[in-house]
Structures are given as C-alpha cells and as structure tokens.
Write a new protein. Structure first.
Length: 168
C-alpha cells in the first residue's frame, strides 16, 4: 500500500510551474533496497536546491516494489495535482525470475502512463546486469542513485519548463 511520506501545501515557489496545482512533483520510490533507492531522492532534492528550485513541492510516496510504480504513477497523474511524476527503483536479479521482465514492464507502464495522462513521468528505475550485495557494489550503486537523482532533478526542471512553454 502506498504511503505519503511528506506533504507540503506551500505554493510559494515561483520556478516550478508557478501558480498552478500542477507545480507539485510526485516522487515515487520502491521499498525494495530502500537504503540504495532512497539516495535518488536525496540527490534529487540536493540538485533542485542547487538549481534554486523549491523542494517543498515534492510529495514522496513509497510503494512495495518497482512493479507497483506504474499504477501509483497513473493514479497520481490523474489527480491533476502534479505537473510531473518521478519514480525510483532498483530492479535486481533475485534468482527466482528474470528481472529484465519486471524492469521492462515497469518502464513500459510508466511510458503508457505519461502517454495516457499527458503528465510527464521520469524514470530512475535502474536494472544492473549483475548485483551482489557486497560492500563495494552497495557503495557503487548507492552513489549511482545519488547521481541519477540529480540527473532526474535537472530533467524535471527542463521538462516542466517545456510543458509551461507549450501551454502558453
């Protein structure tokens, strides 16, 4: 079940689609490997701050795993309250099923959501070819998620600016 982890109703920021309810950002993160995945949110927030953007417009939602992201993204997009949805997950080979299947379903679902709702959906869903829970790989992917979160923040700002330009 999804859970809102932080919510703010402050609409004072001017840069992210000022004045509209759609200026909010929904950030969905999968609970699996949360110690790693949560770093994408940290990188996302830090980069938005570095870009001079308000971080109080981010609403964070946690879902059980990556597979639940597309439905959560669609439900959030359909509220009309979000200008963009960002989703983060770490899909690894657990030895039971092919992780590529899950990753493909998630990313395809996210694409379908944005095409159906016209709300952009950005992906920080990463699927490494191999992952071993060794200290070295955990450290590598933890830092990699920080980097990908920062990249998503830059993409978020650019996408919202493009959406605003198209609307005017």
């Amino acid at each position: 079940m999804s859970q809102v982890l932080s919510v703010s109703n402050n609409d004072s920021g001017a840069s992210l689609a000022a004045g509209s309810g759609q200026s909010r950002i929904a950030f969905i993160k999968a609970g699996w490997h949360s110690d790693i995945v949560d770093q994408s949110l940290a990188g996302f927030r830090r980069e938005l701050e570095a870009l001079g953007q308000p971080t109080d417009r981010i609403d964070v939602f946690e879902v059980a795993g990556a597979y639940e992201i597309p439905l959560q993204a669609k439900r959030l997009a359909k509220t009309g309250g979000y200008g963009i949805v960002v989703a983060a997950a770490f899909v690894v080979d657990g030895g039971i099923y092919r992780h590529e299947f899950v990753a493909d379903a998630v990313v395809s679902g996210m694409m379908q959501v944005q095409l159906e709702t016209e709300v952009p959906v950005l992906s920080v869903v990463l699927t490494p070819k191999t992952f071993q829970e060794s200290p070295e790989q955990i450290a590598f992917f933890t830092e990699h998620f920080v980097t990908k979160g920062a990249e998503a923040a830059r993409a978020c700002v650019a996408t919202l600016e493009n959406q605003r330009a198209l609307a005017s």
